[in-house]
Ligand binder design. Structure first.
Ligand SMILES: Cc1cc2nc3c(=O)[nH]c(=O)nc-3n(C[C@H](O)[C@H](O)[C@H](O)COP(=O)(O)OP(=O)(O)OC[C@H]3O[C@@H](n4cnc5c(N)ncnc54)[C@H](O)[C@@H]3O)c2cc1C
Length: 476
């Protein structure tokens, strides 16, 4: 019999999964449903009048051999722009080059202050020989010393994650820098390589002409060429179950153009937030639902400010660790691809993270725009006269928050999900994984391979194999 497979979510994980399913089993019937009107999820293009931006500029970089082979098939060589990284960090009214240059710090701080931070860092390293870090705060104190931790890392962490660093897992350091110990953080800050000669920070990277949606369209084309269907504007809302697991998915139209639908299915691969999936499965998960309720994502508001000038700065990113400035990071899409803005104007996008129930998130778009413009003017980025127009975009699931107990919670959720044999959750949102696109694509591909793998319970095989993703690391 023809197998019917429903993929929830049309980000890169869902699309890569659907394409691989159809490659492995061309006769199966694969449908992707996406709640948004456009595909791509976090890898979508944001159109702001005559400007365009990724939702956070998406560099293309991978250390995964399978994805390194796949990417040139998806992105034409002439569209793979090579961009030189130029980033800065704003602290105490100075813009420092980032990763930092020792000479520059010495010039700005002077030998005494630098000596103070240096000595404190050496003490931190000595302490790391005695005790394993129990939290992100411990890990960072050991890597950088108390002084730099308090000055830079503590405020930046609170600001990005909206969580005290003592409550966060050491995994954040491991994932964002490199699998291994947190000394890699220092290596990255100083732009060194790790023991296997892999970069700890990127000097140059690939950016897709016209934005990351180029990759999404290439994946979409693969799914369609292989006979799959994709429906946008449809939000999966509820499951129907029988003896052998889920038998159908009810989806509600999220736009006027689409209509409510009902999909009978043999298997569901979900890439939607695992918290939403667990809520949809409800009582079937028992304790899994309770655990899922404790997993939280931090949201992000992107504020785009269009300026009546050719360029604000030549930087790819500028970081703002201090808490009195509302945004964490700023970027100019034009510095990644000049085609993202008209020649005589530029767009600067500011990233503001916020918990979904917080006062910051509840502010109106115009209040947030005003806060951002005010702080940007104070930081000397532009003048009010130069502002032509402002835009806002909200991402409800920007980053999974790795609290100290997130692994136990996730494992309880996965254990409960394993009882439903024909539902598999994968991707960044589906496995609560702070990852990059290459990782998400591989997670989608591996989920497809598991579905067609003739296991009596694909779900149990899947949740027993999640260690395969433990080595993922993000190189910034
Ligand atoms: C600020 C920022 C910068 C980043 N920069 C980079 C970078 O430089 N390089 C890089 O490689 N990666 C980067 N990433 C990470 C990258 O965006 C993600 O790893 C990747 O896009 C995740 O893909 P996904 O398909 O797993 O999840 P998502 O993209 O989140 O896809 C999930 C999809 O499910 C849909 N959905 C949710 N609920 C439902 C429902 N009920 N029914 C149907 N559909 C639903 C969503 O709309 C979404 O489209 C960045 C991420 C952020 C936030």
């Amino acid at each position: 019999m023809k197998k019917t497979i429903l993929v929830l979510g049309g980000g890169v994980a869902g699309l890569a999964c659907a394409a691989r399913l159809l490659e492995l089993e061309p006769t199966c019937e694969v449908t992707v449903i996406e709640a948004d009107t456009q595909l791509g999820g976090l890898a979508s293009l944001w159109r702001c009048g005559e400007f365009a931006a990724d939702l956070g500029p998406h560099r293309v970089y991978t250390e995964l051999p399978e994805i390194a082979t796949l990417l040139p098939e998806l992105i034409a060589a002439e569209d793979a722009l090579q961009v030189e990284r130029r980033s800065q960090l704003y602290l105490d009214g100075h813009y420092y080059t980032y990763p930092v240059r020792a000479g520059e710090i010495l010039r700005v701080m002077g030998p005494f202050k630098l000596g103070y931070y240096g000595t404190s860092a050496i003490w931190g390293q000595i302490r790391s020989l005695v005790g394993r870090p129990l939290s992100y705060a411990d890990a960072m104190r050991q890597a950088f010393g108390d002084a730099l931790y308090r000055k830079l890392i503590e405020p930046y962490t609170r600001k990005v994650w909206k969580t005290p660093p003592e409550q966060l897992s050491e995994d954040i350091a491991r994932v964002r820098v490199s699998a291994g110990n947190t000394n890699k953080v220092v290596q990255r800050l100083l732009r060194r390589k790790d023991k296997q000669s892999r970069p700890t920070a990127l000097d140059r990277f690939t950016y897709i002409r016209g934005g990351v949606e180029g990759l999404v369209h290439a994946l979409e084309n693969r799914v369609l060429e292989r006979g799959g269907s994709i429906e946008t504007g449809l939000r999966a809302l509820a499951f129907e179950s029988g003896g052998s697991g889920v038998t159908a998915v009810c989806a509600e139209a999220s736009t006027e153009e689409s209509s409510d639908s009902f999909f009978e299915t043999d298997v569901v691969v979900s890439t939607i937030p695992v918290t939403d999936l667990s809520a949809m499965l409800g009582s079937k998960l028992d304790e899994g639902v309770l655990a899922a309720k404790q997993l939280e994502y931090v949201g992000m508001v992107l504020v785009g400010v269009a300026l009546a000038k050719r360029q604000m700065s030549p930087n790819t990113w500028i970081y703002f660790p201090e808490e009195h400035i509302v945004f964490n990071r700023a970027y100019e899409p034009k510095n990644f691809d000049p085609g993202m803005a008209p020649a005589d104007r530029t767009l600067v996008v500011f990233e503001v993270t916020a918990r979904l129930n917080s006062g910051l998130w509840r502010k109106t778009d115009s209040e947030l725009r005003e806060l951002v413009v005010h702080d940007a003017v104070e930081a000397g980025l532009f003048t009010r006269d130069e502002v032509v127009e402002t835009f806002t975009k909200r991402l409800s699931h920007a980053y999974p928050i790795y609290t100290r107990n997130y692994r136990q919670l996730l494992s309880a959720v996965c254990q409960a999900l394993g009882q439903i044999p024909n539902v598999i959750t994968t991707g960044r949102q589906g496995l609560f994984n702070h990852n990059n696109m290459d990782h998400s694509m591989l997670m989608g591909i591996r989920a497809a391979e598991c579905v067609v793998g003739n296991y009596p319970s694909p779900a149990q095989a899947w949740y027993a194999s999640l260690d395969q993703f433990a080595h993922f690391r993000i190189v910034d």
